[in-house]
Design a protein around this ligand. Sequence first.
Ligand SMILES: *Cc1c(COP(=O)(O)O)cnc(C)c1O
Length: 366
Amino acid sequence: MNNHVTVLEIDANAVLHNLSYFKQKLQPTTKILAVVKAFGYGSEAIEIAKIVKDHVDYFAVAYSQEGIALREAGIDTPILVLHPQIPNIEAIVKYRLEPNLYNFKIFEAFLNYANNVPLMNYPIHIKFNTGLNRLGFWHSDVPNIISTLKKSNNVIVQSIFSHLAASEDPNEQEFTINQINNFAYIVKQIYQHLGYEPMLHILNTSGVINYPKAQFDMVRIGIGLYGFGNDPKETANLKNTHSLKTIISQIHIVQPGETVGYNRAFVASRPTRSATIPVGHADGISRKLGNKDGFVIINNQPAPIIGNVCMDMLMVDVTTIDCKEGDEVIVFNHQQHIEYMAHKCETIPYEILTALSQRIKRFVKR
Ligand SMILES: *Cc1c(COP(=O)(O)O)cnc(C)c1O
């Protein structure tokens, strides 16, 4: 840790707490898939995988490269690749990753590959679109999928799944229930004709919170592991996992009329102590947080960001804070702070977390 003053601290116990919080909402037989895409929501996918692997049944990543990194780190839990691409099929098989097959193009490409190798009973997953209109087969594709699958013993359907479009939104309850019912209807037809019964899953974090009856055989928990319940009451039961800490690099005293930072955006109206902090928009701290919209915490007090956030630095007003160069700065260490940042940036905590640059050193607190 010594030569990195800026550190994103990942709290292993908080991750485990959050996982068991969701586990307690589930039937004892419901499997858990931990979503570790996008570097574990901006943390460290391999570390998150190591922390939770003995307590989950599956991992999911978005792209095959992310799954390969987990395998190379020695993770042998089954890994679902949510958004595989045809050029990656060979690597997917080489690393024992399990592809989501979402349209006929990749479905046929994978079956061809499996037939040529040949593979025997290779685990695949099939996704249906029930209203998100992003990835997945349509209901009307079922007969075609079944007849193709029946001709092959190269693959075995490990699971059938879908994804909710607005599971966090109480105003969209009717739409969501409709998605769940459509999914159940599609599955019934597949079960009738396939000859075996793959696992089923449709819920993400807020789905588990709002529609626990639709947990089927497995749930896919992403943001919940990282401390956000998509609802303030639920988030309060979860622990913060990502804390961004750094130090004060330098303190300047600026006189009334003098300015701080690019474009001279902050103009001092009184003698002002400005502290320079070594994180900027290249680290994922948005420029939208400049000019007093955002703040950091120094010696337990909020220090507002003054002027524009620079690429590698930002400046904060510490006029009324007892502090000196080298003191610790907490950029955030609580979900409410991250939610505040998201609100000011007109986004959601998912984006604040995943935007944290790979330049920032990650450190796991155990
Ligand atoms: C990202 C993702 C999830 C996880 O969603 P959270 O809201 O973070 O729990 C689940 N399923 C799919 C298909 C996803 O892409």
